[in-house]
Design a protein around this ligand. Structure first.
Ligand SMILES: Nc1ncnc2c1ncn2[C@@H]1O[C@H](COP(=O)(O)OP(=O)(O)O)[C@@H](O)[C@H]1O
Ligand SMILES: CC(C)(COP(=O)(O)O)[C@@H](O)C(=O)NCCC(=O)O
Ligand SMILES: [K+]
Length: 252
């Protein structure tokens, strides 16, 4: 079996595919740490993993620790996705292409491989990123802003009286009328900031890429934005689609 990992700033997304490749996913999940990942894999796939491909936006040291741990625990080698000036008909739009987050780059490559036309990609994780690709596959750049976890945590960290738990936060998100409690006021305020960002990105995408642009939503909070962009393609595994293109196995 092939192990695929997307190591974000908050979570590691993992999935396992059959060794011969193909779209069928055997299992997958979201974990908060390397150790949690090793435990989840050891209990389900003892001795069955054949190799790993991964993308990481973490430091090189952190990524190396995980690669070494997978080698020690399962005896598997990792192919680690690297930056590129161009890949699969997509050209990297950054002045210094290595500076573009690898998760963004793989999502861009993945989206263009699915559509072959102009795309806007919104990835809602720890940070929210947007990336624009024109119909010829040129990446035009994008934007980075704090994601929902960072927005609410900044308020919690830098104030003394904004405190509420996750269950209350979830409940508060079901409406966008003015909040009548701290949780409602904060959660809805952050959601409206997110909505404003999404609206602006759609407008910019039409200006930059024309009306015919396909919008992709990915990342752990993609569903929050899906309500405002009904035509969007919600593709949780967009980074993995790009990862398979960046790190093909023999025969793929
Ligand atoms: N099963 C899940 N586990 C953890 N976070 C989740 C899950 N489903 C949705 N989320 C949301 O996803 C966000 C993290 O998104 P993610 O794309 O994993 O971030 P990153 O890539 O920066 O680690 C969290 O803020 C949380 O609200
Ligand atoms: C912007 C990001 C922090 C997003 O990370 P994520 O929210 O997926 O954990 C990551 O893509 C990154 O570290 N990028 C490097 C900076 C850049 O893309 O310009
Ligand atoms: K992100």
């Amino acid at each position: 079996m092939i192990l695929e990992l997307d190591c974000g700033n908050s979570f590691i997304k993992w999935r396992v595919l059959p060794r011969q490749g193909g779209a069928q996913v055997v299992a997958g999940g979201v974990v908060g740490s390397d150790e949690e990942l090793l435990v989840a894999l050891a209990s389900r796939f003892p001795g069955e993993l054949f190799m790993c491909r991964l993308v990481s936006v973490r430091s090189e040291d952190e990524t190396r620790l995980l690669v070494d741990a997978l080698k020690n625990r399962f005896g598997i080698d990792c192919r680690v996705a690297a930056s590129a000036q161009s890949l699969a008909g997509v050209s990297n739009g950054y002045d210094e292409y290595r500076r573009l987050g690898l998760d963004r780059w793989l999502a861009v490559v993945g989206a263009y491989s699915l559509e072959r036309r102009a795309c806007l990609i919104l990835d809602l994780g720890t940070a929210i990123t947007s990336d624009f690709i024109d119909s010829a596959g040129s990446h035009l750049g994008g934007f980075i802003c704090p994601g929902m976890p960072l927005m609410r945590n900044q308020l919690r960290t830098h104030t003394r009286r904004i405190r509420y738990d996750d269950a209350v936060a979830e409940q508060a998100q079901h409406s966008l009328v003015p909040g009548r409690s701290t949780a409602e006021a904060v959660e809805r305020g952050c959601l409206l900031m997110l909505r404003g960002f999404v609206d602006t990105q759609l407008e910019l995408a039409r200006q930059q890429c024309g009306d015919d642009v396909t919008v992709f939503l990915t990342g752990g909070d993609a569903v929050l934005a899906a309500q405002w962009v009904p035509a969007a393609r919600v593709v949780p595994d967009l980074v993995f689609i790009g990862l398979a293109i960046a790190c093909p196995l023999a025969g793929e």
